[in-house]
Ligand binder design. Structure first.
Ligand SMILES: [Zn+2]
Length: 241
């Protein structure tokens, strides 16, 4: 749609709930902005919704998605929102914030699993009220899951800082285990700058999502569902209180 590169506010500051921007491209009901706090979805985290407002008219953002390096905002209807229009964007913040808490919870659970060398997390998906985590850990019964969650809760309760840090390729290659999947390692080998999420003194991972800035904000992790889907595949769902 455009050559303009959108400033992705959500990568440097995940707490920006409102922002001002200009429409730099539009096609049908889809607009690209000069800058945006709307997360376009990815890595198991859902896209943001919210509104764009201009001259007292409010446009609903029903979907945000990435196309190449661009962030596309899909509006319910976009009549008269042309290129050059100044807009005030607002996220559906309560929804985004629970995504941030759940996303951070998954990192902490993953960090516990990695430290104990018991196996690995093979997938995850964040929803608006809960998150799913898939493990490949032989013999992982419900008691062992509760044990992992208990260890994760200790990290949550210890209140450590969580922040994004951009590494050069050299720095990334010199850091162990920044990516825990084959596709992730492949992507990392192609990038010159690698954005990581650091949980101070505990874990660091290559990541493009949004997280809380202190583990305490995660709250209480509870096990909502445990499914034994085979000897190498256990699936859980967690909720936060
Ligand atoms: Zn993440």
């Amino acid at each position: 749609m455009t050559e303009n590169m959108t400033e992705k506010i959500y990568l440097s500051d995940s707490y920006v709930k409102e922002f001002d921007a200009k429409v730099v491209a539009s096609q049908g009901n889809t607009v690209v902005l000069s800058r945006t706090a709307f997360f376009p979805g990815g890595g198991g985290q859902p896209f943001d919704t919210g509104t764009l407002e201009t001259n007292g008219v409010e446009y609903k953002v029903v979907e945000t998605r990435k196309e190449g390096e661009e962030v596309l905002h899909v509006l319910e209807q976009a009549d008269q929102l042309g290129i050059g229009s100044g807009v005030h964007g607002k996220l559906d913040w309560s929804k985004r914030y629970i995504h941030m808490r759940l996303h951070t919870a998954i990192h902490i659970i993953d960090g516990v699993v990695e430290k104990e060398n018991r196996g690995s997390i093979t997938g995850g998906q964040i929803y608006d009220d809960r998150a799913r985590v898939d493990f490949d850990i032989p013999g992982l019964d419900k008691t062992a899951v509760l044990d992992i969650l208990g260890r994760a809760q200790k990290v949550v309760d210890s209140g450590v800082r969580v922040y994004p840090k951009v590494l050069t390729k050299e720095e990334a290659l010199a850091t162990d285990n920044l990516s825990r999947t084959e596709p992730g390692r492949e992507l990392m080998s192609k990038l010159n700058e690698i954005r990581t999420i650091v949980i101070e003194g505990f874990d660091a991972q290559m990541d493009g999502g949004t997280h809380v800035s202190n583990t305490k904000e995660v709250g209480k992790i509870t096990l909502f569902k445990y499914e034994n889907k085979g000897s190498h595949n256990k699936r859980i769902e967690i909720k936060l209180e």
